[in-house]
Write a protein that binds this ligand. Structure first.
Ligand SMILES: [Zn+2]
Length: 300
């Protein structure tokens, strides 16, 4: 599943050439991907004729601001891809569910073999509407996350975004000390901290030298500072490498280019292989139905 670094890779790519372009038409061939709307027609009507003003990200969501104050929100789900094309003559990949025809030129296509992803248009909250922001997000001390949550109420439930919200280690400490659940459950709960999924959680915990099943409130101050630093470093590094492209997920950027951060994974998908730090074989364990990888010696 695309996580924060992959979604950020897509965002940065779209931000380079989508801003200022107009959505001439939005053709939906699989209504399931616009399931929040009454009909595909409603989705189209909210988009067509509007220009894109900016491309932002919150957690695993892409947020494209339109010139009328609405936002197009895209969540790639398990296998969603956004691919640009020169025009309608470019061959369409299998599982293309939405085609945006852009003005002055080009297309943006939403492709999703498993169809867990979704697209919707969020209209601005009415005057006087109170947007209930998540209590974790309210710990943020800066960044663009707050404004995005206020503009797109559908995203107000999201927890802290490690890059988009400014969070010092002390804010992370406040979050962790309020939870008794295992560390991995806290780090991957989108309503507490958003953007981290299975892959980056395992990589972050390895970098921080922490086991996934440590109760969140059991960390010392030094361990919390290490976890805070590892979170920012691993996510930033993965963005520099265009994210991770695994054999079974086929993540690619809008130009069809895969990421290469998978070559730098320390534990994820490395069951039985020697730890790069201590040569101990990496262990795979199932935690809440998901595979978890860790070094039994380096992580405690
Ligand atoms: Zn090790």
């Amino acid at each position: 599943m695309p996580e924060l670094p992959e979604v950020e890779t897509v965002r940065a790519s779209l931000a380079r050439d989508m801003v200022g372009k107009k959505v001439k038409s939005a053709a939906v061939t699989n209504g399931r991907v616009v399931r929040r709307h009454k009909s595909a027609k409603e989705f189209r009507a909210l988009l067509e004729g509007h220009a894109m003003k900016s491309v932002q990200r919150l957690g695993k969501n892409l947020v494209i601001a339109l010139d009328n104050g609405s936002h197009l929100v895209i969540h790639l789900g398990m296998s969603g891809q956004l691919l640009r094309a020169k025009g309608s003559k470019d061959p369409k990949p299998k599982h293309t569910h939405v085609v945006f025809t852009l003005s002055p030129a080009g297309e943006l296509r939403y492709v999703d073999p498993r169809t867990f992803g979704e697209l919707y248009v969020s209209t601005p909250p009415a005057e006087g509407d109170v947007v209930e922001i998540s209590k974790f997000a309210r710990l943020s001390i800066g960044g663009d996350g707050m404004a995005l949550r206020r503009a797109v109420p559908e995203l107000a439930h999201l927890g802290l975004d490690p890059l988009e919200d400014q969070i010092g280690w002390d804010r992370l400490a406040a979050v962790l000390r309020s939870r008794t659940t295992p560390l991995k459950a806290v780090l991957t709960d989108q309503d507490i901290i958003c953007g981290i999924g299975n892959i980056y959680c395992d990589e972050i915990l390895f970098a921080a030298g922490l086991r996934f099943d440590r109760p969140a409130d059991s960390l010392s101050t030094i361990e919390i500072r290490r976890l805070h630093r590892s979170t920012i470093e691993i996510l930033s590094d993965a963005i520099k490498h265009g994210g991770s492209t695994l054999d079974d997920e086929q993540f690619v950027d809008p130009d069809g280019k895969p990421g290469d951060y998978q070559d730098l994974h320390q534990v994820y998908n490395r069951e039985g292989l020697p730890c790069f730090e201590c040569r101990t074989p990496i262990v795979r364990e199932v935690f809440r139905q998901r595979a978890t990888f860790y070094c039994p010696k380096c992580q405690s």
